[in-house]
Ligand binder design. Structure first.
Ligand SMILES: NC(=O)c1ccc[n+]([C@@H]2O[C@H](COP(=O)([O-])OP(=O)(O)OC[C@H]3O[C@@H](n4cnc5c(N)ncnc54)[C@H](OP(=O)(O)O)[C@@H]3O)[C@@H](O)[C@H]2O)c1
Length: 251
């Protein structure tokens, strides 16, 4: 077997769904994970329903169910797109424990754990391609987005640490692994619709996003999806790097 395979989180809609469509069109087998199951992806696609905020369910699906049903043996290249994320607009003064914990589990804890999961599941001679879907919010302080900014910053740094470990952890010497923190731009998805629906008291910069929408400036999900798919297949440089939509390199 030599067919490439990629794990993609958040395939039920938005950018993750478009990534699955793009990868399948390129002949990559896709294993998708989200709570809802997309109905339209057809041959080459396999779905696992899982709430990524439920750590017991995550362990069951990734450590028991998927290993028993999805073989990675003989695959030339295995990809991971950490795409699923949540964004709830809430000022620091209004932040709540449950919401913070949920955002950290979905946006940071599980994606970071999946880096290690994929390392453990793949063999030394397999190419590993990881794309963490990031955001400008990983590096900019945006009022109302403290959980989102903090979780995206955490995931970005964890990717950079994995890149550093590639050079300094003996077991990883020689492994063909790239990890890209990729910022997709402002994309027409449910996440953007929720941002435009936020109260101004919770998200004071909402007017900017209303204007982008009114001026039809949002990207279609297919645009970042094509770039993410290319990052999984191309000779992406070994180690950690950053990209943003429309740019060949750089953050
Ligand atoms: N849209 C933008 O403008 C924009 C900009 C910068 C970065 N991003 C990033 O791009 C990525 C995709 O965003 P999007 O705009 O496509 O978002 P979206 O339309 O809201 O879709 C989010 C996806 O994540 C999944 N998800 C959410 N909570 C989950 C949970 N608890 N368990 C499992 N899956 C869950 C959803 O599936 P279920 O609901 O079926 O579980 C859905 O498939 C995110 O990392 C986001 O931060 C987006």
């Amino acid at each position: 077997m030599n067919q490439d395979l990629a794990f993609v989180t958040g395939t039920s809609r938005g950018i993750g769904h478009a990534v699955a469509v793009e990868l399948l069109a390129r002949g990559v087998e896709v294993v998708g994970v989200s709570r809802d199951e997309p109905a339209d992806l057809g041959a080459g696609y396999r779905h696992y329903r899982c709430d990524l905020a439920d750590l017991d369910a995550v362990a069951r699906v990734f450590d028991e169910v998927i290993p028993s049903e999805v073989s990675l043996e003989g695959r030339r290249r295995v990809g991971l797109v950490n795409n699923a994320a949540v964004l709830d607009c809430r000022t620091v003064a209004a932040s709540d424990l449950d919401g913070l914990e949920r955002a950290f589990r979905i946006n940071a804890v599980v994606p970071i754990w999946l880096h290690g999961w994929l390392l453990r599941r793949t063999a030394r001679d397999q190419q590993v391609r990881i794309v963490d879907v990031s955001s400008g919010a990983a590096q900019s302080a945006i009022p109302g987005w403290s959980a989102y900014c903090a979780t995206k910053a955490a995931l970005r740094m964890a990717g950079a640490v994995l890149g550093a470990e590639l050079d300094e952890v003996g077991d990883l010497a020689g492994r063909d692994l790239s990890i890209v923190s990729y910022a997709p731009g402002v994309v027409a998805t449910d996440m953007q619709a929720r941002i435009r629906g936020a109260e101004l008291t919770a998200f004071p910069r909402r007017a900017r996003f209303d204007a982008l929408h009114a001026e039809r400036q949002l990207l279609d999900p297919e645009v970042p999806a094509a770039e993410i798919a290319a990052l999984l297949r191309n000779d992406t440089p070994r180690g950690f790097s950053e990209r943003r939509v429309g740019a060949s390199s750089g953050a």
